[in-house]
Design a protein around this ligand. Structure first.
Ligand SMILES: [Zn+2]
Length: 141
């Protein structure tokens, strides 16, 4: 925590998502507690993070938005005991991880629940907690 010098008035806050033009529909949906992803109309591949063209084929087709059911399983995870920033300190320990959604794409997010209950392949469901920063999380089901 900074207390003096040129950053004396520095007030730490939660980092905000960096919204790109391609991802704008995704973040608008998150604010409405919906999870979107894209699918390529040519190869049917699920695309995340949002892009303007499919990274898996050469068709050059514009990806279409679909609503995700938000169900998936833990692909990998890590329990954070020492947060990277003081603002997360009261939240620790917490779990972050890579979730494989049933629509076959991955999302990196916080996974709510006791750290000792976490395990690879456990089923999770998306959640949209009311927080300062609207970020989807997952919780064990
Ligand atoms: Zn494609």
């Amino acid at each position: 925590m900074l207390e003096q010098g040129e950053f004396a008035n520095f007030k730490e806050s939660y980092p905000q998502p960096r919204v790109t033009q391609d991802a704008l529909p995704y973040w608008e949906a998150v604010r409405n507690k919906k999870l979107l992803f894209q699918r390529c109309p040519a190869c049917s591949g699920a695309i995340f993070p949002p892009r303007s063209i499919c990274p898996m084929c050469d068709a050059g087709a514009k990806p279409a938005w679909e609503q995700s059911k938000g169900a998936g399983s833990i692909y990998s995870f890590s329990v954070v005991h020492r947060p990277p920033s003081a603002i997360w300190k009261s939240h620790a320990p917490y779990t972050i991880g890579l979730v494989r959604l049933d629509e076959d794409y991955f999302l990196f997010a916080e996974i709510e629940g006791k750290p000792e209950d976490m395990a690879v392949d456990k089923r999770v469901q998306v959640n949209f907690p009311d927080r300062e920063v609207p970020l989807p999380t997952f919780r064990l089901v």
